[in-house]
Design a protein around this ligand. Sequence first.
Ligand code: P1T
Length: 386
Amino acid sequence: MKNTDNLQFETKALHAGLEPDPSTGAIMTPIFQTSTYVQAAPGDHKGFEYSRTGNPTRQALENNLAALENGKYGLCFGSGLAAIDTLLKTLSPGDEIISTNDLYGGSYRLFTKVFEKFGLKFTFVDLTDLANLSSAITEKTKMVWVETPTNPMMNIIDIKSVADAIKGKNILLAVDNTFASPYLQTPLDLGADVVMHSITKYIGGHSDVVMGALVCKNDALAEQLYFFQNSCGAVPGPMDSFLVLRGIKTMHVRMQRHCENGRQIAHFLKDHAKVEKVYWPGFENHPNHNVALSQMRDFGGMISFSLVGNRKEDALKVLSGTKLFSLAESLGGVESLIGHPASMTHASIPKEEREKSGVVDSLIRLSVGIEHINDLIQDLEKALNY
Ligand code: P1T
């Protein structure tokens, strides 16, 4: 296996964990569409026994992702939520988790509607202010869940400061790195213990796969995660693993364009008379701009904005007025999407909770794609002309 440890992200994306197929020389990792592997005698096999436990296409992807996050172990799952589900299964009834209060609605639902029933306790606080973290920690705290940038308010949480604040306390720091992608941010380098991705988004990049991943460095944690991956079985198939490997090869190029287009659209919206507020960490007056500068390579392609007057009916006009920005859940694909968090991605969070973190009725979320910037701005200009 090539040693890619000292190579740049762009080179690792193409080479890490990937070798030509030994039987044919195929440069692309084959799709090993098989459930099982023939053994010469019981236990005498070539490293694979059954595809829930391990599959060569999935393993190539897992090794590649581990390298991209500067980790040691990568594990893939059938969705981002399946990855979080697996991580939470390493905890025990009575354990407490402190989570950021602004996060993907599906993660919130998994925490409160599924795992609370099994005895885990979640506290939701604004983690942009570390005083909130200190006052939420108890003797039972076993994990801090950080999503940064947050979905959909684009708050930035200082990963290194959170890691420093819980050092030596036997608390695991987990970071949902979905909005940034490993191209923009590598939380393990900042002191996180485990990174989670909805691969469905920027890593897959083409809106054609649902998948999740966990990456860590610690041997004991990895062993536990492999145990639950195999025992609970929420693994992705080889075809999807191949599609994601293919998507990863252009991630850095896609991310550069997402960031460039995002920057121009954020500025266009800021100057628009119908727009009340734009949430994008690249603005100097964004409350966490300096943290973003210190821990991210660029600011990404996600932007949220609210409308003057904060009327839902105005938001609905914009949402139905765009032609290139398609009205859909999800994000991070090459094509631009527009969404209404309050009634779509964050509908599972009670209105009161949602509004506390800024998800008001006129809030609109954009996943800026890699189309030509002029076409995207024209599309928004027309839709805002309601
Ligand atoms: O959809 P899935 O692959 O299971 O990933 C869940 C998930 C986890 N974390 C973050 C930050 C996410 O944004 C998501 C999925 N989000 C959407 C579908 C969305 O439109 O926001």
